[in-house]
Design a protein around this ligand. Structure first.
Ligand SMILES: N[C@@H](CCC(=O)N[C@@H](CS)C(=O)NCC(=O)O)C(=O)O
Length: 204
């Protein structure tokens, strides 16, 4: 059986839990306390030298890190990813997965983490916050523009690009990002939440 090394507060972990729920795939979940640095022990680093969850342990005992790589792996051959021959749409999915990891998550998820985990505000964090806020809003503005004429991110069909972006967008308010100015994003959030077997971020 698949095993997911995870943390219940993590949006990156939630991406994988959400897709597994929607695929109806059974798995075993192993919780790590990231505040206690449980992903930085020698035992965990032997599984993922990058010291982070989510980490998917496959049936053959091998390990796959990186939330969006895990989404891609699990979605292959399912309705959540365009089929192998559809090169253009698959590249479009990649585009949004990279956007999420470069423009969105490092800003929106990081500020949420600092606030919700009550990380002590060091001078470096204090200095970083204005840029993170500006960059996070810039990412939301890109999403808002894209969704002005679309129902979902790629090919008018719900899939892993939506899952990757939904994870931290729907809880952006927890990091102090007001979604008020983004009506298209808010309507898309409602459409994603209405998908069959959508689970809340806190559900294991
Ligand atoms: N790019 C990675 C980011 C993973 C990541 O940042 N995981 C965080 C939780 S959301 C973590 O494990 N933090 C613990 C640590 O860095 O020690 C992904 O998308 O999976």
């Amino acid at each position: 059986m698949l095993r997911l090394h995870d943390n219940l507060t993590s949006g990156n972990g939630y991406k994988v839990r959400l897709l597994l729920a929607q695929l109806g795939r059974p798995y075993q979940r192993i919780e790590y306390d990231i505040d206690k640095r449980e992903t930085r022990t020698p035992a965990f680093l032997a599984k993922n030298p990058n010291g982070r969850i989510p980490l998917l342990e496959l049936e053959d005992g091998s390990f796959l890190p990186e939330s969006n790589a895990i989404l891609w792996y699990l979605a292959e051959g399912s309705p959540f990813l365009p089929p192998a021959g559809d090169h253009r749409r698959r590249a479009d999915v990649m585009q949004w997965l990279f956007f999420e990891q470069y423009n969105h998550e490092p800003n929106i998820a990081t500020v949420r983490y600092w606030i919700t985990h009550r990380v002590p505000v060091t001078p470096l964090i204090e200095l970083s916050i204005p840029a993170k806020r500006a960059n996070g809003h810039a990412a939301l503005a890109v999403m808002e523009g894209h969704l002005a004429t679309r129902t979902f991110f790629v090919g008018e069909r719900y899939g892993i690009a939506d899952i990757a972006l939904y994870a931290y967008t729907h809880v952006a308010g927890e990091g102090g990002f007001d979604l008020g100015p983004y009506p298209n994003v808010r309507a898309w959030i409602d459409r994603v939440a209405a998908q069959p077997r959508c689970i809340p971020i806190t559900q294991g």
